[in-house]
Design a protein around this ligand. Sequence first.
Ligand code: ARG
Length: 252
Amino acid sequence: FILISITAASLAIGHAQARDSYDHIRFGVDVPYEPMEYRTPEGELTGFDIDLGNALCEQMEVTCEWVEQQWDGIIPGLLARNYDAIMSSMTINEERRAQVLFTDSYLTVPSAWFGPVDMALEDVNEANIDGLILGVQRGTLQDNYATDLYGDIATIRRYASVDDMLLDMEAERVDIVFVNYPVGKTTLLDSERSEYRVIGDMINEPYKYFGDGLAIALRPRDEALAERFNKAIAAVKEDGTYDRIHERYFGE
Ligand code: ARG
């Protein structure tokens, strides 16, 4: 009898913990993805996701920390409990929904192709990219899209790190790259690097490939935590915090 009640009690505790015991949240993030997540020259972690994540923690009255993780292992790292949430410009889509629980979306961003200004390419389509080398970050929606549409015609080069991809474009080892628009704008159009431009139209989310906006990803059983995040997202939108952070990185 005693044995049974102990088991029941520990089960109850275990269950309560699984539902909601977070007073400290560890965020997994792939850096750099400027202006979403990057390091200042002084080495400080900053960006839209970082500031918003920290503001959400403050709102939820929890402490938080950031754990760096390369993109192609970011969902496995969450499921292995290396951190409790992914806040890394991750777009909601069906494929990921099978593995993680998403909060409400906190931002929608388009994707775009970027390439050298002097390149004679008006837009990217099946008829004009024969023989080109296209760059994407491995495991992103941009990778899925480029692979499905152009995988048979062009060479797709997949990078673990966006930084390596941009360095390769400067070194002319890759012709054009496909990323979330704000990242190309900040790191290519507004930077000291060589001259780059957007090639063709911006590709907007939501779209067949581009899901339903960026959200925080959690382990499937953390429904109570998702609820807390959703309330906090609504609260920071309501009190002006969200707008201040948005303005800091995107202008008004
Ligand atoms: N939004 C894209 C996706 O969800 C790319 C995100 C990449 N994020 C990063 N921090 N590198 O697939």
